[in-house]
Design a protein around this ligand. Structure first.
Ligand code: APR
Length: 180
């Protein structure tokens, strides 16, 4: 009775300072909003660099599975258009609140993005610092949640590299501290 094939090497968790749109990975994760129709920050950068195909697929998703928008904490894939990546996995981060603990929703963004990436057969995934821009999540806490969740969810043998791509030095430092 052959042993079930499980395990394999753990993924490498890496961090780079740079622009996520230029990453040569299978999946680029987008910090989107529920409309899936674009925005500023990394969302704007991905649509600008990836071209109209991405928005076309987002519009098709709104016309079918997500007529009320993509809920916070969930993730969905589209083409990556002209990006060097193969797919974009759009996820909607929670807006930071000092009154209500939304940490589980932020963790869900990373967990669901990894689930979708695995379903696609992706081996390498690049994440931005979800919710730390317009959605105002404090960097150190967002980095802690991101790294803890990705470490916990990355089953051995599933991914080769899980890369955090940080656009500015404060984020790069915060993720460096979280990665230890
Ligand atoms: N590459 C990598 N990271 C980037 C890039 C880029 N090209 N551009 C911005 N960032 C970083 C920001 O510096 C921040 O650290 O991505 C992180 C997330 O910031 P936002 O893009 O503002 O995303 P978020 O805080 O999750 O807010 C999402 O903003 O752009 C709109 O449509 C989006 O409504 C949604 C909201």
């Amino acid at each position: 009775m052959a042993a079930a094939v499980t395990g394999g090497p753990d993924p490498v968790l890496t961090r780079v300072r740079g622009d996520i749109t230029g990453q040569h990975v299978d999946v680029v994760v987008n910090a989107a909003n529920s409309s899936l129709l674009g925005g500023g920050g990394v969302d704007g950068a991905i649509h600008r660099a990836g071209g109209p195909e991405i928005l076309e697929e987002c519009r098709a998703l709104r016309a079918s599975r997500y007529e009320h928008g993509l809920p916070v904490g969930q993730a969905v894939a589209t083409t990556a258009g002209r990006l060097p990546a193969r797919w974009v996995v759009h996820t909607v981060g929670p807006v930071f609140s000092a009154r209500e603990d939304r940490s589980e929703l932020l963790a869900s963004c990373y967990r669901e993005s990894l689930r979708v990436a695995h379903e696609l057969g992706a081996r390498t995934v690049a994440f931005p610092a979800v919710s730390t821009g317009v959605f105002r999540w404090p960097l150190a806490d967002a980095a802690r949640i991101a790294v803890t969740t990705v470490r916990a969810e990355a089953r051995p043998g599933r991914f080769a590299e899980l890369r955090f791509v940080l656009f500015d030095e404060p984020a790069h430092q915060a993720f460096g501290a979280a990665l230890g």
